[in-house]
Design a protein around this ligand. Structure first.
Ligand SMILES: [Zn+2]
Length: 149
C-alpha cells in the first residue's frame, strides 16, 4: 500500500477574492452575484421570496461580509445585538440538503444545509437545520439545530 503524499502545510487563510456583481454567486446557483443574492443584499431585488433563497442570500452575506444584511434578515426575537464576522473564516461552498415549506404559500419553513469553510488554513464544515418564518411579510432566520453535534 502506497503512502499518501504529505498534505500541504496549513497556511494562513488567503483573503477572500472580492465578489463583484458579475462574479458567480457564492451561494452556488448558476447566476451572477448581482442577479442572485446581491439584489437582496442591496435591496434592489426586494426581499428573498422563499426561505431557501433567504438561506442562500444569508450564506452569500457571510461570504461578502455583509453583517447588516444578516442582522436585518434575523427574527427580532432571536437576533443578536451585534454580529462580529470572523475575518479569519473564508466560506467556500454551500450545499442545500433539504427544504420544507418556506414558499409563498407558507408562514414558516426549514432548510437543511452544509456550509464549508477554511479557517486558519484548515477546512471545516457546518451542518445546520435552520428555521425561518415570516416577519412583516418577509422571510427571516429564526434559529437552527446542529444535527452533527
Ligand atoms: Zn446567490
Amino acid at each position: 500500500m502506497s503512502r499518501r503524499k504529505p498534505t500541504p502545510r496549513p497556511r494562513p487563510s488567503a483573503p477572500a477574492p472580492a465578489v463583484t456583481a458579475g462574479s458567480p454567486c457564492p451561494c452556488g446557483l448558476p447566476a451572477a452575484y448581482g442577479d442572485c443574492c446581491g439584489r437582496f443584499h442591496d435591496g434592489s431585488g426586494g426581499t428573498a421570496p422563499t426561505a431557501e433563497l433567504l438561506m442562500r442570500s444569508r450564506y452569500s452575506a457571510f461570504v461578502v461580509g455583509d453583517a447588516a444584511y444578516l442582522l436585518r434578515t434575523w427574527a427580532p426575537a432571536t437576533r443578536p445585538a451585534v454580529l462580529d464576522l470572523d475575518p479569519g473564516t473564508r466560506w467556500t461552498g454551500l450545499e442545500i440538503r433539504d427544504t420544507r415549506d418556506g414558499t409563498a404559500f407558507h408562514r414558516t419553513g426549514t432548510v437543511a444545509f452544509t456550509a464549508r469553510y477554511v479557517q486558519g488554513g484548515e477546512p471545516g464544515a457546518l451542518a445546520e437545520h435552520s428555521r425561518f418564518a415570516r416577519h412583516d411579510g418577509a422571510w427571516v432566520y429564526v434559529d437552527g439545530d446542529f444535527p452533527e453535534d
